[in-house]
Design a protein around this ligand. Structure first.
Ligand code: SF4
Length: 545
């Protein structure tokens, strides 16, 4: 029997699956199918769109499982997620299943019209049950007896091999689930409530999964599939769970013992409330992250609004003061530059626009909060501003998109001011001119600029001066700033560098660039020193022979 998994990508508050990210879902589903004796084909939506032969091939399959759902929309360079509109048109197969957060957007009528077997989110148990019956393997239904999130453990390991079918392999970053659920579950807009109270995965199973992926060749990981990394295996006997620093240290040590050649180990999602409530334990965990994870790391935190009124009306978890405290504590240990050019560990903050009680003043308070960060000299690597997406069953349903519509103009102005006044200044502080960024993976070329990023959590977009093939890995030095991106010059060989690349180095004008070209060849950097004289010292780091 031929079964395919069509990955339309997901983006949820606590799970990302847009390339280069691979969400756990396709891996779990592949593992379920393997457990039931089926070797599935894995296809991404981008391959499906590009390649008509894949489309025709899939039409012959007995069953196609489609994963989709962008609950927190962003801008994606690595892939174009499957939309609801597109979903209605693709695939003529009689047997097709739809899973993922997209199912939260569908009304009953829509579900019927879609002509898919729609399996409600979260789907893992229901899908496994469906597959057991569809594939006539009812004997395996006993797997459903495994409690909580440990249900996925077996499938996570069996499904690791699917990564080799990913078109971007080995340049992928695997999102790893440590637990699902949230201890707060009250924020008016959030869909994480759907996962209920936190259900931890056994740390040994998480380690086995990381090792299984590593054995397949994966070198980039993000411990991103949980609502608050600091509370993984925390003590939940407190009103706000108390982190477990000893466990965290041992867990990280074990990752490195088993997988010594990992290139990226990052995290996602930190609840600032946890840090504010348990500063000592949190400080220990921050130190562990700085020591055992890789530089360029970001703990994305939900501020959502710096307006106390909005915080109260939407029962948001942390107050603006608590978020400020968490930002300060992470900065204390994480702000120093690591070997890849970026600070070890910085906070990121999320704003959600359109919440209950939002007024024009809310935007002013949000802006003041950010200005305070600059005044205090604090670093924040990512400021995410998005308009709320309203889901069924959340308190936001009460007002829907009323405030989004009403405050469209303020949203635009606020975003513009943040990009202009805050983001740009933060970038200048985080990666000063001349800073070397390593392991930049070239992705898209536009004229004489190649856009590249490190394979990392919320990677910084770097416009590299020069034309490079996709998947070339480069080191480059910062020369200029955009609003949320930077421009960099690759480390150049003076014998082969193009004139326009030389001219982009600060301190080298047209005339000096011409002089460098005219005096080729260079056998060593000393030859270049002889040509440039005193100017050499300020630009020498941009060159290598
Ligand atoms: S703290 Fe609030 S926003 Fe964060 S996961 Fe929980 S309910 Fe959602």
């Amino acid at each position: 029997m031929k079964v395919a998994i069509l990955d339309g990508y997901v983006d949820e508050p606590s799970c990302l699956g847009v390339p280069p990210y691979v969400a756990p879902y396709p891996r779990y589903i592949y593992g379920m199918l393997r457990d039931l004796g089926v070797q599935a084909k894995y296809v991404t939506i981008d391959e499906f769109r590009k390649n008509p032969s894949i489309r025709r091939e899939l039409e012959e399959f007995t069953l196609v499982i489609v994963i989709a759902g962008i609950a927190v929309p962003g801008k994606y360079l690595g892939g174009n997620p499957l939309s609801l509109k597109e979903l209605r048109m693709i695939l003529k197969n009689p047997n097709k299943v739809l899973v993922g957060p997209i199912t939260l957007e569908l009304g009953e009528r829509e579900k019927k019209l879609l002509n898919y077997e729609v399996i409600e989110f979260p789907f893992e148990r229901k899908l496994f049950e469906f597959l057991c019956r569809f594939l006539k393997r009812e004997d395996r239904l006993k797997r459903l007896e495994v409690g909580g999130r440990n249900f996925v453990n077996r499938f996570a390991i069996l499904g690791a091999e699917v990564v080799k079918q990913h078109p971007e392999f080995p340049h992928i970053i695997c999102e790893i689930e440590t637990y699902r659920g949230c201890y707060w579950r009250k924020c008016s807009f959030c869909i994480e409530r759907i996962h209920g109270i936190p259900s931890m995965r056994d740390p040994n199973a998480v380690l086995d999964e990381i090792q299984a992926l590593y054995n397949q060749g994966v070198r980039y990981f993000r411990l991103g599939n949980q609502t608050d990394f600091f509370t993984y295996m925390a003590n939940f006997n407190y009103e706000f769970p108390k982190p477990n620093p000893e466990f965290m240290k041992n867990f990280h040590r074990e990752i490195w013992r088993r997988c010594p050649k990992i290139r990226t180990l990052h995290l996602d999602n930190v609840n600032p409330k946890t840090i504010a409530e348990h500063p000592e334990e949190s400080a220990e965990i921050i130190k562990t992250i700085v020591l055992y994870q890789t530089p360029g790391n970001i703990g994305a935190m939900g501020l959502e609004s710096a307006d106390e009124r909005v915080v109260e009306k939407n029962t948001l978890c942390a107050t603006p003061d608590e978020v400020m405290f968490a930002i300060e504590l992470i900065n204390r240990y994480g702000r120093f530059a690591g070997y890849n050019g970026l600070p070890y560990f910085l906070p990121g903050i999320n704003f959600v626009i359109g919440l209950i009680g939002e007024t024009k003043e809310t935007f002013e308070k949000n802006y003041e909060f950010l200005m305070k960060l600059l005044e205090k000299g604090l670093l924040v690597r990512r400021i995410n501003i998005r308009q709320v997406k309203v889901f069924k069953g959340t308190p936001m349903e009460r007002i829907g998109y009323k405030n989004v519509e009403r405050h469209k103009k303020y949203f635009k102005i606020f975003k513009e001011k943040v990009r202009r006044d805050i983001d740009n200044e933060m970038l200048r502080r985080i990666v000063p001119i001349g800073r070397k960024l390593t392991d930049l993976r070239c992705e898209v070329r536009k004229g004489k600029i190649t856009f590249a990023r490190q394979i990392a959590t919320y990677p910084l977009l770097v416009g590299i001066i020069g034309e490079f093939e996709r998947n070339t890995f480069l080191d480059a030095r910062v020369v200029d700033y955009g609003r949320r991106s930077i421009t960099a010059v690759p480390i150049l060989n003076p014998n082969t560098a193009k004139l326009y690349q030389l001219e982009a180095i600060p301190g080298i004008g047209k005339a000096t660039a011409g002089k460098i070209v005219a005096n080729r060849p260079y056998r060593s950097l000393d030859d270049l020193r002889n040509v440039l004289g005193d100017a050499f010292d300020s630009v020498k780091d941009f060159f290598a022979i």
